[in-house]
Design a protein around this ligand. Structure first.
Ligand SMILES: [Zn+2]
Length: 196
């Protein structure tokens, strides 16, 4: 968008598009990998500490769980029963879920998250790159943003539908932030394109 707005010819727009696609995919993958890895490390450390505490002071751990259930509204007697029965089945799981707030075990897969992020970014970036490859150069100013906005609306709608949220609101939200990002990119491109 930025390079197209500066009035550059097709090769420059296309190269910038492909570079943006690759750079964006790699940056999404790296960011996701680091983020999910550190989350997995934190979870593993929390579980190890919990396992150690359960082995060294089971009484205090049971009291901890009872206090949590009382805070959530159970009576002391029922909370004690619940804590005892859950800990008899799987003490670590009971503490992981109710004390640490883990809803699921070993869900963090850094490599999978990284590859998924890279592929989804690349597939989203592909349409504007394709448009800059095939559309007449004179139409770039509206064809690239229009096709991108249409794709953003469709993706926002699909995401909302999959999440059972209102489709129109989801589409509008993605469109709004996408258009804002494009307007800033185009603004920067125009600024440098006209002052050169
Ligand atoms: Zn505990």
């Amino acid at each position: 968008m930025g390079v197209a707005a500066s009035g550059s010819a097709r090769p420059a727009v296309l190269i910038a598009g492909i570079a943006g696609l690759v750079a964006g995919s790699m940056s999404m993958a790296a960011g996701e990998y680091v983020s999910v890895s550190s989350q997995a490390d934190t979870e593993a450390a929390d579980l190890a500490r919990e396992r150690h505490e359960l082995a060294s002071s089971p009484g205090a751990e049971k009291a901890e769980l009872v206090a949590i259930y009382v805070r959530r509204g159970l009576t002391k007697g029922l909370a004690t029963q619940v804590a005892e029965q859950l800990m008899a089945k799987d003490a670590l799981e009971a503490h992981a879920r109710d004390e640490l707030g883990f809803s699921d075990f070993s869900t963090a897969r850094p490599l999978q998250a990284a590859v998924t992020s890279a592929l989804t970014f690349a597939s989203g970036a592909l349409l504007p790159v394709l448009v800059s490859a095939v559309a007449p150069q004179s139409t770039f100013a509206w064809a690239i943003p229009a096709s991108t906005i249409a794709l953003l609306a469709i993706l926002g709608g699909i995401a909302a539908r999959v999440g059972a949220a209102p489709i129109l609101r989801g589409a509008l939200r993605v469109m709004f932030w996408g258009v804002l990002a494009m307007a800033i990119s185009a603004g920067v491109g125009r600024l440098f394109g006209t002052t050169l």
